[in-house]
Design a protein around this ligand. Structure first.
Ligand SMILES: N[C@@H](CCC(=O)N[C@@H](CS)C(=O)NCC(=O)O)C(=O)O
Length: 213
């Protein structure tokens, strides 16, 4: 059976778990205690030198990087959650890259400085946090504009870009990101969050913080 090494506080880990659920693939979830540095222990580094979650083991095949893992799983399951058509796939790739490179990076800046830096004994970087919020206010309108044209991020069918989106914006409430100027985004988010692929991971993001369940 597929093994997913993850942590439900981690949006990249959550998106892979949500993708597995949506594809109906059975898996074993192996909790990695990030808070206590399990990802830096030799046992974990022997599995993956990246030292990060998510990490997938499928028989003899091992894979890091959440987007690569989601695409691998979809191809394996022959699912249109990652469509095979040239243009359809390029559109999904575009939104996956945009959400990962821009939106997720901006969330990362805010999350790190607002929630994690002080716990690690470092000084929060106010400038980086402000930049994160500013980036978000630049990127959300582009997502809203797209959702005014199509039902989902990459068209009128749900794809991994939507899973990526819902997992990425999960920490919004925790870091006081106000989404009310983006009604289409809120509607899509609510609809995705009500579905079992999401609910099987968590009902409310952060309910278990860094814990296994
Ligand atoms: N680009 C990677 C990012 C993975 C990542 O940064 N994971 C974090 C949790 S959100 C992690 O494992 N951090 C542990 C560490 O860096 O020590 C992906 O999408 O899989």
């Amino acid at each position: 059976m597929i093994k997913l090494y993850g942590n439900r506080f981690s949006p990249p880990s959550n998106k892979v778990e949500m993708c597995l659920n949506q594809l109906g693939i059975e898996y074993e979830f192996v909790f990695v205690d990030l808070l206590n540095g399990e990802q830096r222990k030799p046992e974990f580094l022997a599995l993956t030198s990246f030292g990060k979650v998510p990490f997938l083991v499928d028989g003899n095949f091992k894979l890091s990087e959440s987007n690569a893992i989601m695409k691998y799983l979809c191809r394996k399951a022959k699912s249109d959650l990652y469509p095979s058509g040239l243009e359809e796939q390029a559109e999904v790739d575009k939104w996956c890259d945009f959400i990962s490179m821009h939106l997720a990076m901006a969330y990362g800046k805010v999350i790190f400085n607002k929630m994690i830096a002080s716990k690690m004994g470092s000084e929060p970087d106010e400038r980086s946090m402000k930049e994160g919020y500013e980036f978000l206010s630049k990127y959300f309108p582009l997502i809203e504009e797209k959702l005014n044209k199509t039902k989902f991020m990459a068209g009128d069918e749900m794809t991994i870009a939507d899973i990526l989106l819902v997992a990425t914006i999960d920490p919004s409430e925790m870091i006081e990101v106000d989404l009310k100027a983006y009604p289409k985004l809120i509607a899509l988010r609510n609809s995705l969050k009500s579905q079992s692929f999401y609910q099987k991971v968590h009902k409310v993001y952060g309910e278990s913080m860094m814990m296994a369940k």
